[in-house]
Design a protein around this ligand. Sequence first.
Ligand code: TRP
Length: 436
Amino acid sequence: MKATRVLTGITTSGTPHLGNYVGAIRPAIAASRAAGVESFYFLADYHALIKVDDPARIQRSTLEIAATWIACGLDPERVTFYRQSDIPEIPELTWFLTCVCGKGLLNRAHAYKAAVDKNTEAQQDPDADVTAGLFMYPVLMAADILMFNAHQVPVGRDQIQHIEMARDLASSFNHRYGEHFVLPEALIEDHVATLPGLDGRKMSKSYDNTIPLFAPPEQLQKIIAGIKTDSLAPGEPKTTDGSALFQIYQAFGSVAECDAMRQAYAQGIAWADAKHQLFERINQEISPLRARYEGLMAHPEQLEALLQAGAAKARSMATPMMSRARHAVGLRNLLDLRNSKVSHNAKAHKTALPSFKQYRDADGKFYFKLVDAAGKLLLQSQGYASPQDAGIDVKKLQADPKELANLIGNLNLIVATDSQLEEALNALQQLKDTAA
Ligand code: TRP
C-alpha cells in the first residue's frame, strides 16, 4: 500500500508557546509515528518574511522552532524535516503556479480581503500597506504542498481556504499541462482542544497571553501564578467550568489526575495550591524536553546539519518534480524533443474543456462542481459526508450524462435554470466525447 503523505509548515515568526505544543506540536509528532504515513515538516521561513521584517527575529525563531520540534521528539530519520528556503525549487514552482492562478482567486483570499476591508473602513486606499507578498501568500503555500504531492495537510480552520486554493491551482496546472500534482485535502484537527491563555482567551501571541513552552522552571511557575481566576477564598468550593487553570491542567493530566483535581476544586482548594499543582504537572512533562531543547540551542551546528540533511532529502524529490514541471510547461533544453506530441495534445486539450472540481468546504462536507472552460459554474453539488461519496456521483456523470436527471431528482445537485441544465448536459457530453 502506498503511504499517505502528510505535510505541514510552521511559520518562523515567533517563540513556541504551550498552546502551540498542545494544539500542534504534540499531536503532529504523535501522528508522525503512525504506520503508513510519510510526514513532511518544514520551517516556513519564506512565509515568515511576509509578517516579520526583523532579520534577527527570523533567524532566532527558526533556531527556536527547529530546536523545539526535535526536542519534543520529532525523528528526522523517520520524517522529512527541512527549511523552506533551502529548497530553491519552491519559489520556482510558485512562479509556475502564479501563471495559472487567476488574480481574482487571490482577491478573494480571506487574509487579503480582511486587509482591504480594514483599509476601506478607515477610508484609506484599499491596498494601503498590503504587500504583494501577502497577496501571493496562498500561491507560495500551494507550492509547498504540491511540490511533494502531499495528500493531507493538517491545518487549523483558518487555513482551509488556502488548501482549497492549492487544489484549484493543482487542477488548473494539471488541466493545462497533464497530471502532475495530487489534489491535497485539509485535515482539520478539531479534536485537539485550543488551550486558553493567562487571561482565559485562546492562548495566542496576538493576545499577549502566552506561556512560553521552554521558560525556565522559576519563570514558568511565576507565569502560571498569573493565570486569571475568580476571587474565591481557600476552602470555598470552586467550579472547573470556565476555569482556564483547569483547562490547561486537562491538557496534561491523565483522566485520574483530572478527576482528582476536579474533586480538589469542589473541596475548595486554594488557587495558589491549584497553580502549584498545575506547575508541577506541566513541568513533569516538559522538563526532559526542556533539557534537550537547551542542549540543542547551545549547539546550532547540530540543528544546521540536521536541516541540511533534511533539505537534501527533500530536494531528492523536489528536483525531479521540477524537472518534469519545467519540461511540461516548455522550459526545455533546445535539443530535447521528447514528448513534443504529448504537449501538442495538451494544448489542444486546453482549448475548451469543462472540468469537475472537488473540494471540501468550511462546513467540513465534500462537494464537487462542474465548470466550463472559462471557469463558469454549471453544476453545484450538495455536501457529501466523504470525498468518496462525492467521487461516486462524479463518476456517474462522467460515465453517462443522463445521470444528471437522477442526481437532480435525489437533490444531490443544484441547477438553477433550464438553460444551465442544458449547458451542463452539453458540457458532460463534450467531456465524454473527448475521453473516448
Ligand atoms: N500558512 C500556515 C500557517 O500560517 C503555514 C504554512 C506555510 C503551511 N506553508 C504551509 C501549512 C504548507 C501547511 C502547508 O499556519
